[in-house]
Design a protein around this ligand. Structure first.
Ligand code: ADP
Length: 327
């Protein structure tokens, strides 16, 4: 068996809907196993400053349905230094924490791996980011909720677009990852999707729009991921307008509203399953893993493999499907 008596849980990096549901699941699963739980506030910053609070079942009441994270999040350059991590370890030790659950993106995971190696402390990582760009899992926490938010906006934009022969360029989050753009584009019936992973030339896009116009489309939506190589929705719209001005052209940048909101049913269930799984893995002796969903199964990948396999690949078949749907 193991010597784990107290688990520390924290959220770090970019926040995502579903993080609260994961915290709740970690706390309640740990309590179920008669462990104690420390909430570490503001990620690695709070670890270095000793910003800790003992969590009981009631501490996580009514957070399941809330976006953001009750433990707050931060970016902490000091944790990248040996001295910073030493301070963090002293606080962890003084608080009697024997194992950690980290919820965040690949920066958070990298910090967790280095810390775990240096101080021999077991850690399980839960993928929480709306970008859906982590290896070791089909879906990250927050991605489904962000998609639903984007789709709701696209539906509304489509209503006004259809009334006025408009061509809308909708910019969605994703600096390096086109996951939101692709999924929301398919679910929202976009005429074209511009992804950071693909070089879509403006002339190619105009050709697609010309074809759609020939098919008597009265309005069109182009989804542009913020990391698209042409420089975002305003730039794409401007360059298209120069050569193709049949439609009234509009731009909508969805921005940070995609990060917020109450988590979807999918994200709540995923977060709850992942939090439960993470604690049970620690108790079974897993000392450095990430939690993921593969198909319908919750699984674990070693942190090393998850971080090595960094380059998350978009679903090529879904890209093809999105093109076929525009016939
Ligand atoms: P995300 O977890 O969403 O990818 P960041 O990349 O900002 O967000 O990482 C969150 C935090 O993880 C950083 O502010 C830093 O404290 C820690 N971190 C990231 N990379 C490292 C690293 N190489 N060494 C130590 N800590 C790191």
């Amino acid at each position: 068996m193991n010597n784990i008596r107290r688990i520390g849980v924290y959220t770090s990096g970019g926040d995502a809907p579903g993080m609260n549901a994961a915290i709740r699941a970690v706390v309640r699963t740990a309590l179920y196993h008669d462990l104690e739980v420390t909430g570490i506030f503001r990620g690695y910053e709070g670890m270095i400053e000793g910003d800790f609070k003992n969590l009981v079942s009631r501490s996580v009441s009514s957070i399941l349905q809330k976006g953001g994270t009750m433990l707050k999040s931060a970016r902490c350059p000091e944790f990248r230094t040996v001295e910073g991590r030493k301070k963090a370890y002293e606080n962890i030790k003084a608080a009697g924490i024997d194992a950690l659950v980290a919820i965040g993106g690949d920066g958070t995971f990298t910090g967790a791996q280095i810390f775990s190696n240096e101080y021999n402390i077991p850690v399980m990582c839960i993928p929480g980011t709306i970008d859906n760009d982590l290896a070791g899992t089909d879906y990250t926490l927050g991605f489904d909720t962000a998609n639903n938010t984007v789709i709701e906006s696209i539906d509304k934009i489509k209503d006004t677009a259809a009334s006025h022969n408009r061509l809308f360029f909708v910019e969605v989050m994703g600096r390096d990852s086109g996951s939101i753009a692709l999924y929301a584009g398919v679910a929202g019936g976009a005429e074209a999707i511009m992804l950071p992973e693909k070089d879509t030339a403006i002339d190619e896009l105009i050709e697609m729009l010309e074809v759609a116009k020939e098919r008597n489309k009265t309005s069109m939506i182009v989804i542009v991921a913020e990391g698209d190589k042409n420089g975002g929705a305003y730039n794409v719209a401007k360059r298209v307008k120069e050569k193709f001005d049949f439609y009234d052209t509009k731009v909508s940048i969805l921005g940070h509203l995609q990060r917020g909101g109450s988590p979807s049913s999918f994200d709540r269930i995923l977060a709850t399953r992942m939090g439960y799984f993470a604690v049970n893995e620690l108790l079974s002796g897993n000392s450095q893993g990430t939690v993921g969903i593969r198909g319908s199964k919750i699984t674990s990948t070693s942190l090393e493999d998850a971080l090595k396999g960094k380059e998350f690949k978009l679903d090529e078949e879904l890209i093809t499907i999105s093109e076929v749907m525009n016939i």
